[in-house]
Design a protein around this ligand. Structure first.
Ligand code: ADP
Length: 365
């Protein structure tokens, strides 16, 4: 083969730059994601960053890059070195300090207790981790910490460099007040104390390096929750509700609370949407039908997922064996995986939005 048949660096850069990043649909050139291109004797080596850590996104990006390069001809070998570079996506507020080592905080909230907020937080966290992300889970539900049970870990955490080392379960770093307090002791926390405790947990825990920290908030929309969502730099919030009217009314209060403190809302997860007896076609809408969709539409937010009533979801919660991992091929596990991917996509898009700058008034003198 003569030298002239070989592809040039410029040719490679040109087609590569036009490839679309899967989460945002924007070109690699536009996002400046290609960090290095080396071409030698028809052999191509590329360094490219992925905006999300999601393995399926990275695989798609790699396929699209290879397909684009295929159109060139004269290439004998392509080596792609891909790293995930998840960007922090803040709410634009300046009063909440970033948490060391944490790129994005995802708050999981509900207007009232018992709707499955913790179940969603757990299955979202393990799905994100399974999808390829570095994930932490913080049980901020100080009134009823359920993570020790639901994640199947309960030890006293160790200290390192004056910081609390989170426990590890199902590929996720976990921290809960339940690891530290006597579970049988009833606790009466007053608002300021709760906020102080959670803040300490956020900043004094050695998270090290997280793409996403999933925060299981205490249920409700009272002073405690309001203080928390004001103090924590939340990238996006998810509201969990059942399709029942009373739950939806409280979910709307939750939406309003986040809107009030200018925290982006990722969307609504409708839990306990229906029950389908095993082997049966028919779905029974025990708590009503269509409530999550209607509330999402009315409030201009996305309906991120609909999770049915599942015996395995409940039993997995009780035994510390999240259904997303124990039954990965079930429709419910797939729904949680889709939820995880949607969240990653939304945060990636959000991270590209220009940060809101304070308006500076200039006066001519
Ligand atoms: P919350 O955090 O909103 O108080 P939990 O996640 O603790 O709610 O859920 C309350 C109870 O309902 C738990 O026992 C949990 O296992 C169960 N549960 C939650 N979602 C489902 C579901 N989709 N199907 C079956 N049981 C569920």
């Amino acid at each position: 083969m003569t030298h002239s048949t070989h592809v040039t660096t410029e040719q490679v850069q040109q087609v590569l730059g036009l490839v679309k990043e899967p989460a945002t649909g924007r070109s690699l050139d536009d996002l400046k994601l290609v960090t290095e291109v080396a071409v030698e004797n028809g052999s191509v080596r590329i360094h490219v960053d992925s905006l999300t850590p999601i393995i399926t996104h990275k695989q798609k990006l790699e396929r699209d890059i290879r397909a684009a390069l295929d159109t060139l001809g004269g290439i004998s070998n392509v080596i792609i070195d891909m790293r995930s570079k998840v960007r922090p996506s803040g709410s634009g507020r300046t009063d909440a300090q970033p948490i060391p080592g944490v790129r994005n905080v995802i708050a999981v909230a509900s207007g009232k207790g018992g709707v499955g907020k913790s179940t969603v937080a757990v299955n979202l966290a393990v799905s994100l981790a399974k999808a390829g992300a570095k994930v932490g889970l913080l049980d901020a539900d100080v009134y009823g910490p359920s993570m020790p049970l639901m994640m199947g870990v309960n030890e006293r955490p160790l200290m390192r460099d004056n910081k609390i080392v989170p426990l590890q379960a199902h590929g996720v770093k976990v921290m809960s007040i339940g690891f530290i307090l006597d579970p049988n002791k009833a606790l009466i926390w007053r608002g300021p104390l709760v906020a102080q405790l959670i803040n300490q947990f956020l900043n004094d825990v050695l998270w090290e390096d997280l793409d996403y920290l999933v925060l299981d908030l205490p249920p409700g929309t009272g002073d405690v929750q309001l203080t928390l969502v004001q103090k924590i730099p939340i990238s996006g919030a998810i509201i969990v509700t059942t399709p029942q009217e009373v739950a939806l009314a409280d979910a709307v209060k939750g939406l309003k609370m986040f809107q009030e403190v200018k925290t982006p809302i990722l969307g609504i997860v409708e839990n306990m949407s229906w029950f389908q007896p095993p082997g049966h076609e028919e779905k029974y809408h025990i708590f009503g039908e269509g409530g999550g969709r209607k509330t999402s539409d009315e409030n201009g937010v996305e309906l991120l997922a609909q999770v049915p009533i599942e015996m395995e979801l409940r039993s997995g919660g009780d035994t510390g064996d999240p259904m997303s991992l124990s039954q990965p091929n079930s429709a419910t596990a797939r729904e949680f995986m889709e939820l995880a991917e949607k969240v990653a996509v939304q945060l990636a898009n959000q991270s590209l939005a220009k940060p809101r700058k304070p308006t500076i008034m200039l006066k001519t003198v």
